[in-house]
Design a protein around this ligand. Structure first.
Ligand code: IFM
Length: 445
């Protein structure tokens, strides 16, 4: 790892420092969507809690979070717009919702914070869900039309877009594991949904560039590291390769060469998909060990689990593995595009592990930069504790703590630290000593 003369890790001028959020997770007063309908059913989310209030951004409390973001020195925020608000019924556009998003985007601009806007982050309008949602091929055109509408309405405030968040996670949780609406358990449907999202991304990419030739457009890819549990066992190595292929590579290669390979389709080339990203977005959280398991035909004879004895985040949330950030950034570097870490973060309800997570993952990003990987920014997940889907408010990811009863915000120690890093543009030796002494003078991986 390259150090400055005094041993600190400096980041390049112009690096984007920020956090990420998503509409349904922070806004409150939800619109008529598949998620909102599903949360009403008792027992679906942890404590049966809903996103009714969330962080009350829709009621105006985004101001408090943006002020704290500015105080930390953020110059970037990734946020999303909610399709269900903007198009509450098919073909009908809500100007009040657009006006509210314009206020939020204006407030960001006033604070010198550049928005990256995600167009789909897990939540569909109810009317769309009733038509089959992402299983239905016509959703591709409907998403393209929605995108066009949003870019027309917000394009003077935004030219940095993320079409779709984590197609592989959405497909897996909603259509394979049945953990999220519409609770399906069907491998074929999973691949169909992911295929439609990738094609929708491509159509949206082209639509945005027609309206804004200079826009920067990409998607946020959730990638995990898969390592063989027994590296010398050929079956475990095969299992890790297969998991990587079906989770990571499945979504990574189509926006590059435009080809939908099996199991997405029979090597169909979609012209709009070819070279359809101006940057690569990486959402990185953790790694899984993979072993061969003859008793799991439904899981293609593989089993995934967190490495026993590793450093962990909260119970059940997996390994903390900063080397994975470095390894994935190196892999993405091969695409020759700017890279943004569109999410990374840790569920950590008392903020006792987040500072170390931040330092070790930034050191991994720095190491990739030193190797010449063009990482241009970091959007830490998340700015403020928010509605964590099925886990509701029981898994807190915020740099800013949220009291869900009162809505009171408190900047965590990790948020203070992020502010110090941003203002100085570097990880100092003192920060490394305090939070990751094992890294002093060493490479991260
Ligand atoms: O909260 C989610 C986010 O919506 C998508 N990426 C992972 C985060 C943490 O689980």
């Amino acid at each position: 790892m390259t150090l400055t003369e005094n041993g600190s890790l400096r980041f390049p001028e112009g690096f984007l420092w920020g956090a990420a959020t998503a509409a349904h997770q922070v806004e409150g007063q939800p619109a008529d969507s598949d998620w909102w309908a599903w949360e009403q059913i008792p027992g679906k989310t942890r404590d049966s809690a809903t996103a009714e209030r969330a962080c009350e951004w829709w009621a105006g409390r985004y101001v408090e979070d943006l002020d704290l973001a500015k105080a930390m020195g953020h110059n970037a925020l990734r946020l999303s717009v909610d399709w269900a608000r903007i198009e509450p019924r098919e073909g009908q556009w809500d100007q009040t919702a657009i006006a509210r998003y314009r206020e939020i985007l204006g407030a960001l601009r006033q604070r010198g914070i550049e928005p990256m806007v995600t167009l789909f982050h897990f939540v569909s309008p109810s009317w769309l869900a009733q038509k089959g949602g992402w299983l239905n091929e016509s959703t591709v055109r409907l998403f393209e039309r929605f995108t066009t509408h949003v870019v027309d309405a917000l394009g003077d405030l935004v030219d940095f877009w993320c079409t779709i968040n984590e197609p592989n996670v959405y497909g897996t949780y909603s259509y394979l594991l049945g953990a999220w609406p519409p609770e399906r358990h069907d491998l074929l449907s999973t691949f169909r949904v992911i295929r439609h999202q990738l094609v929708a991304h491509a159509m949206a990419y082209r639509a945005i560039h027609r309206l804004q030739p200079r826009a920067r457009v990409g998607l946020a890819q959730h990638l995990r590291v898969f390592d063989p549990y027994r590296p010398r066992c050929a079956f475990d190595r095969w299992g890790a390769w297969l998991q990587d292929l079906l989770f990571n590579e499945l979504v990574l290669s189509p926006p590059v060469d435009g080809v939908l390979r099996p199991p997405l389709a029979m090597n169909v080339k979609v012209p709009e998909l070819v070279d359809s990203q101006d940057y690569v977005g990486l959402n990185y959280y953790s790694r899984d060990m993979v072993t061969f398991d003859a008793r799991q035909p439904g899981m293609l004879f593989t089993r995934r689990f967190a490495k026993p004895g590793a450093e962990f985040s909260m119970d059940g949330w997996g390994e903390v593995y900063p080397q994975g950030m470095y390894r994935l950034l190196k892999r993405l570097g091969a695409y020759g595009k700017p890279i943004y870490v569109t999410e990374t973060g840790i569920p950590d309800n008392d903020d006792s592990k987040r500072s170390r997570f931040l330092v070790t993952h930034l050191a991994a990003i720095h190491r990739a930069l030193t190797d010449g990987v063009p990482v241009r920014g970091l959007y830490f997940w998340s700015l403020v504790d928010n509605f964590e889907w099925k886990e509701s408010y029981t898994a807190r990811f915020g740099l800013i703590g949220l009291d869900v009863e009162t809505g009171k915000r408190t900047l965590h120690d990790s948020g203070q630290l992020y502010g110090e890093i941003i203002r100085g543009g570097e990880l100092t030796v003192n920060m490394l000593e305090r939070h990751a002494p094992e890294l002093i003078g060493k490479a991260v991986a």
